[in-house]
Ligand binder design. Structure first.
Ligand code: M6R
Length: 620
């Protein structure tokens, strides 16, 4: 996930607006940043590193212009280097583009452009766009038409902003990636600004101090205006001194409503959600989609995870911590189902594990790619002669750099300390890994279920009864979570989430283990969340375990797709859509995330920054 900012305003202010906007968007990605401003020629400055590095680089430059674009990057194509930082330019240096999303047909476009003599300076998918615009300009199109035609050739997800030398405008388009416009400015001119869609303005924005903005998210310009226009997929915008115009794919003007945001600028990074965690829970459909994008083909029931598909390990050891450990437990089960011996180790305990055998692969599952315990286990594995793979969210992280291979989960930056969307993306990526490296089993069914996952998750987000259940049990003494098979890691994750954000006692168990000790703790004050999906033998056995707790007066909350008889013994039900068992684990977890979130919210906890915890744990 990257951040985009654009501005048309006073020549002496635009650059400051861009840099300020980038600092507000840094949570979306922070491995490199850059800006481009238009005058007669384009001025550009971009830099690997955080916004501060860009600020320092700008001190040595004189950039000015009334129209400009900026970008903060979270790498997806190519490592975080100066060359891969946005904006990207064409061969002439007259076109600059920033982009958020993934252009799926970029290789095909790039091949065509290279054959036509274009020179590329980066590894990014984005760079095809300025070259496409360049071709259209060379063919005689005006800048707006050139950008429009270039965008029409793109497939995939994008929010794009473009500036062209000699034109004091910013051109923007969106498809499946957010983009919002800001109208007016903080000097009072906003009151007089014409609404987008009218295509009118007083023609002298610079003189009036009037300004127009665009960004991936409102916080980027919230300090300057509270008047916003949300672009929809397929729409195109032109911001210029004449005003701000929105059109559809065919160029017809669209009358867009101008909304007023009532959020405190301090809070707008949460896009209106009370907490980053809730926002991130709601981002899961999109995160899963991003993880799958370009990697699965439902028609041929195939998975493309690049070179990783050739790894063919004879055995796999997973190392991970916390939530990532739970994802690793799940991943190991998938491999074992495909006949590959797979074990999971807490990274901090890896030193005591048996050495990897033969041509084994050691997989570090780590959202941040910086967790010291996991890095240390991976280094130990390398010392023992194993090949290593990082399954991570962070391009350019230590794990990604040090391992022999990396598989990116593409969840986008996660701000809340409690992992939520990254767990869903880890499970999705591990499915791809298992399918891609083993090529056995019911590939077609799994792929179909994965493709449905985003909408199934959305259904849960729309209809969940979790808040009411949280209200009922907010004062409970403690919480138990049980599940079997693929739902065992989900039970563990449900308990971890409850502990870390509510500060209440919670434990997760393999359902069959309850009777071997923990049952002694079960009372009428300890709700048991039983995750039971499907109606196979495992589900039947878990229903048996539910009966055991019900007989001890414990309230039971069943997380179920309704296929088994568990509802008969449950006090409450959290529904999940019926799907493949692998996808059911992701869905059940969403319900448990919501329960923990709402309990914590009702208790007034510091949800995004729980006490004593850090997002990235860089000490052993
Ligand atoms: O960045 P990592 O995935 O390596 O982090 C590992 C754990 O510290 C992490 O999953 C932690 O347990 C979660 N923040 C809990 O929600």
């Amino acid at each position: 996930m990257c951040g985009i900012i654009g501005c048309v305003g006073r020549e002496d202010e635009t650059l400051d607006v861009l840099v300020h906007g980038l600092s507000k968007l840094e949570y979306r990605g922070y491995d490199s940043a850059g800006v481009a401003l238009t005058g007669d020629r384009l001025g550009i400055c971009k830099q690997a590193g955080e916004i501060e590095a860009l600020r320092e680089a700008l001190e040595a430059r004189t950039l000015s212009g009334s129209a400009g674009i900026g970008h903060t990057r979270w790498s997806t194509h190519g490592p975080p280097t100066d060359e891969n930082a946005h904006p990207h330019q064409d061969c002439s240096g007259d076109v600059a583009v920033v982009h958020n999303g993934i252009i799926e047909n970029y290789q095909q476009l790039r091949d065509g452009l290279v054959s036509a003599g274009h020179h590329f300076g980066s590894d990014t998918d984005t760079e095809v766009v300025p070259h496409l615009v360049e071709d259209e300009l060379a063919a005689g199109a005006d800048p707006e038409t050139a950008v429009r035609r270039a965008v029409a050739r793109l497939e995939g997800s994008y929010a794009i902003a473009v500036v062209v030398a000699g034109s004091d405008a910013v051109y923007a388009a969106r498809n499946d990636s957010p983009l919002v416009l800001g109208v007016g400015d903080g000097t009072g001119a906003a009151e007089d600004a014409d609404a987008p869609g009218t295509g009118e303005g007083d023609g002298d924005a610079a003189a009036d101090g009037q300004a127009y903005y665009l960004a991936s998210d409102v916080p980027a310009f919230r300090d300057f205006t509270d008047r916003v226009v949300y672009l929809d997929d397929g729409e195109f915008a032109v911001l210029s001194a004449e005003g701000c115009r929105v059109t559809d794919v065919d160029g017809n003007t669209v009358d867009k409503p101008v909304d007023t945001v009532d959020w405190d600028p301090e809070e707008t990074g949460k896009s209106g959600y009370d907490h980053f965690m809730l926002k991130e829970i709601h981002e899961q459909p999109r995160a899963i989609r991003q993880c799958l994008r370009g990697r699965v083909d439902e028609m041929t029931a195939s998975v493309d995870i690049g070179d990783l598909g050739d790894l063919s390990p004879t055995g796999v050891q997973f190392v991970a911590c916390g939530t990532s450990y739970h994802a690793a437990l799940y991943g190991a089960q998938l491999l074992r189902e495909a006949g590959i011996p797979a074990q999971t180790f807490l990274a901090s305990e890896y030193a005591t594990s048996p050495p990897p055998i033969g041509d084994a692969l050691v997989v570090g599952v780590t959202q941040s790619g910086e967790t010291a315990d996991t890095l240390s286990a991976l280094r130990e594995a390398a010392k023992r002669g194993a090949r290593t793979l990082a399954v991570t969210n962070t391009v350019g992280s230590t794990a990604a750099r040090e391992c022999d291979h990396a598989l990116y989960i593409r969840a986008g930056p996660e701000i809340g300390v409690a992992a939520s969307k990254t767990f869903a993306s880890q499970l999705t990526a591990l499915n791809l890994f298992a399918l891609g490296t083993t090529r056995t089993g019911d590939t077609r069914d799994v792929i179909a279920a994965l493709r449905e996952l985003p909408s199934d998750v959305q259904q849960i987000l729309d209809d969940s009864a979790a808040e009411a259940i949280a209200e009922t049990y907010v004062d409970a003494d403690g919480y138990f979570f049980i599940g079997r098979g693929l739902q065992f890691p989900v039970a563990l994750e449900g308990a971890l989430k409850m502990k870390e954000i509510t500060y209440k006692h919670a434990e997760g168990f393999a359902a069959g283990e309850l009777k071997h000790g923990p049952l002694a703790l079960v009372t009428s004050e300890t709700p048991v969340f039983a995750v039971v999906t499907g109606d196979d033998e495992m589900a039947t056995k878990t229903v048996g375990n539910v009966k055991e707790v019900e007989a001890r007066d414990a309230p039971v909350v069943a997380v179920t797709d309704g296929q088994s008889t568990v509802e008969r013994y449950a006090d409450h039900v959290l529904d999940v859509p019926e799907t493949h068992p692998r996808a059911a684990a992701v869905l059940a977890n969403v319900q448990l995330q919501l329960v923990s979130y709402h309990v914590a919210d009702k208790l007034g906890r510091s949800i995004d920054k729980p006490r004593n915890l850090a997002k990235s744990v860089t000490v052993e």
